[in-house]
Design a binder for this molecule. Structure first.
Ligand code: ZN
Ligand code: ZN
Length: 375
């Protein structure tokens, strides 16, 4: 990535937006340790370690970053260094929690920590700030992170194209006589070759294993006629995630599977077409669920339709019954209905979609018709 791409993916305005949101939420400060929130706000990809690294966003002051002295050069060299925020290094014998507590506004009563902060760090902050209450920063930050900028959508589009390249090659590896684990290893290598910096997950669920939505891999040997659910994803170097599922058949599958697959394809296609500003998450969920239910498979679609995606594979907005959240341009999420017949087989089709000003854009563009590989 060049400098322009970094500054458009991680613009300095985000810190001010987070400060304003902190103020509006009635919080005194946000405390953000390494993870997707820190990367979103500063571009700094730090490892979560026992030593504290923490971005502090006071509601009424300048944000600053506190890092172990030995990591100060890395922090300064990251995109965070270009944001012009103060970076304070602390020595091995310093207490960074007390240091942050001293720099927070006098009378701090309510602070919020990132949702994935380690419990030991939260407890240390609570001890350093007696009398102050802790809340979750996710309530403030997820609202910002949910609405992707054009640069973020472009990053997700690149991630989508990368995982599509892997799906197009599945026939090279998915054959009768190989185990799920063997196939998954080849896929993992290809995920890296296709332009991801890391592999997040590889699900190869053959035959009856396909009926378990989060089956990963096993030593089951793939047989002729097996439907195989392949759900794969990785993270690209700029931090954005891919996630796409296709269900393949290795040789001609049972007729009952083809019937099920046609229903699923109809549901998933209808849902991706229904993406538009203003539709609520529960309405979008129902578009596919109703089709699957009318075909008699309702009790076998056992999970929500999808999850938001960005710097994390699973984030807001969740496309789930009961969510009245209206979709807005820039929201990116998976559309992944599935039908699972316990002990028999299952199928899932998953694309990442982005809500645009006028409708939706799919970021995964491999074919959705059942691919029957040589058996
Ligand atoms: Zn997936
Ligand atoms: Zn997914």
């Amino acid at each position: 990535m060049n400098v322009t791409e970094v500054s458009s993916l991680y613009p300095a305005e985000r810190l001010e937006a987070a400060r304003r949101a902190t103020e509006d939420a009635g919080l005194d400060a946000l405390l953000v340790t390494p993870g997707a929130d820190l990367r979103y706000l500063t571009g700094y990809q730090a490892l979560p370690l026992e030593r504290l690294t923490c971005l502090v966003v006071p509601a009424g002051g300048e944000p600053f970053l506190v890092v172990p002295a030995l990591e100060k050069p890395a922090a300064a060299a990251s995109p965070a260094g270009a944001l012009g925020i103060g970076i304070t290094g602390f020595d091995e014998t310093d207490d960074p929690y007390a240091l942050i507590a001293r720099r927070l506004p006098v009378g701090t009563r309510l602070f919020a920590v990132d949702n994935h902060m380690w419990a030991e760090k939260l407890l240390a902050f609570q001890a350093a700030l007696p009398g102050a209450q802790a809340g979750l920063a996710g309530d403030v930050l997820s609202v910002l992170r949910m609405r992707k900028s054009p640069a973020e959508v472009a990053a997700l589009r690149r991630a989508g194209a990368a995982i599509d390249r892997v799906h197009r090659r599945i026939g090279e590896w998915l054959r009768p006589g190989r185990t799920e684990r063997e196939v998954a290893k080849d896929i993992a290598d290809a995920i890296l070759d296709a332009g991801h910096a890391c592999v997040d997950f590889v699900i190869v669920a053959s035959g009856p294993n396909g009926a378990s939505p989060h089956h990963e891999v096993s030593d089951r040997v793939i047989r002729t006629g097996d439907p195989v659910v392949v759900d794969i994803g990785g993270t690209t170097a700029d931090g954005y995630c891919s996630d796409s599922t296709r269900t393949y058949a290795v040789g001609e599958p049972p007729a009952a599977f083809r019937e099920l697959y046609e229903v699923l394809l109809h549901a998933q296609t209808a849902q991706t077409r229904a993406v538009r500003p203003g539709i609520t998450a529960e309405e979008l969920d129902a578009v596919g669920r109703d089709i699957i239910t009318e075909a008699g498979y309702g009790q076998h679609f056992i999970h929500r339709t999808g999850h938001g995606i960005g710097l994390e594979t699973h984030e807001e907005p969740y496309i789930v019954a009961g969510s009245k959240r209206a979709l807005e341009p820039g929201m990116a999420f998976s559309v992944e209905p599935g039908i699972y017949l316990p002990g028999t087989f299952g199928a899932r089709i998953e694309d990442i979609a982005v809500c645009t000003e006028t409708g939706g854009e799919r970021l995964n563009l491999t074919g959705r018709d059942l691919v029957v590989l040589p058996g």
